[in-house]
Design a binder for this molecule. Structure first.
Ligand code: NAD
Length: 239
């Protein structure tokens, strides 16, 4: 399997990687839908993560939103793992053209990836809803309760909450990169979150590779399906 992946990579000129939360589990950040994920951890609690992480909940219950967000979505000490490093190395070698990610953790950039299209935003960018002033992650981690700007406006993370639209420019760039790719490597994503997963329909290249611990609906269409940990699969390119 590792050899098959290497052969595909070595015969590709425009690889695009499309990934999700499973790319960062080996960095200690839980995903949502696997057995050790956040949904399993929070089952039976008062509100489901989808509800707390929705725009209407943010507006209605900002204190509860930020309590959950700080405890379950922020991992300021997490470091890139071998999957992130392998992808950064493939870009530096000129084979990989873009990383399209559903993740909000900034670990691809920390690993050295330059062209990263963040479909769901980033915990590292935060904006005052009243005056538009921008802040880094510390504005959230070093405050308690609802984080406030000097102007007293609420500082909102630039992450796409449920019920919110994706950034049209990022979506357009992601679909363009995917449509121009000769190989699409999909990894660490259940492909259950739309419209992000719908981007796969723009792929017209020859090889679709899926690296995911659990089966996905797109497996039957793939040239190569790998079920092992993504750090081992992509880490071979970091060496
Ligand atoms: P998901 O939780 O729905 O699916 C993750 C998939 O990754 C699962 O199918 C699982 O089997 C697989 N996986 C987990 N660890 C793996 C590993 N080491 N190797 C190979 N496969 C592995 O995640 P999703 O599809 O990205 O959708 C969840 C949404 O939640 C996304 O929109 C994302 O923005 C957000 N989210 C982001 C983070 C983050 O930024 N790190 C973390 C949790 C959730």
């Amino acid at each position: 399997m590792q050899n098959e992946l290497r052969a595909i990579v070595e015969s590709s000129r425009r690889i695009v990687f499309f990934g999700g939360a499973g790319v960062s589990t080996e960095s200690g950040i839980p995903d949502f839908r696997s057995s050790a994920g956040l949904y399993a951890q929070t089952a039976g609690t008062l509100a489901a993560p989808e509800e707390i992480l929705s725009h209407s909940f943010f507006v209605r219950e900002p204190e509860l939103f930020f309590g959950f967000y700080r405890s379950s979505m922020l991992y300021p000490d997490a470091r890139p793992n071998r999957a992130h490093l392998g992808l950064a190395a493939l870009e530096a070698a000129g084979r990989l053209k873009a990383v399209v990610t559903q993740n909000i953790d900034g670990l691809h950039q920390a690993a050295g990836s330059r062209r990263v299209l963040e479909l769901h935003g980033s915990v590292h960018r935060n904006t005052c809803q009243a005056c538009g002033r921008t802040y880094g992650l510390e504005a959230i981690t070093s405050s308690s309760g609802v984080p406030r700007c000097d102007c007293s406006g609420i500082i909102k993370p630039d992450v796409v909450l449920y019920e919110e639209a994706l950034d049209r420019r990022v979506l357009a760039e992601a679909s363009e990169e995917i449509s121009r790719a000769d190989t699409l490597i999909v990894g660490g994503t259940s492909l259950a979150v739309y419209p992000a997963a719908g981007l796969l329909r723009f792929f017209e290249g020859g090889r679709l590779v899926i690296i995911n611990a659990d089966a996905t609906d797109f497996d039957p269409a793939a040239t190569l399906v790998m079920r092992g940990p993504i750090g081992a699969a992509l880490g071979q390119f970091a060496d």
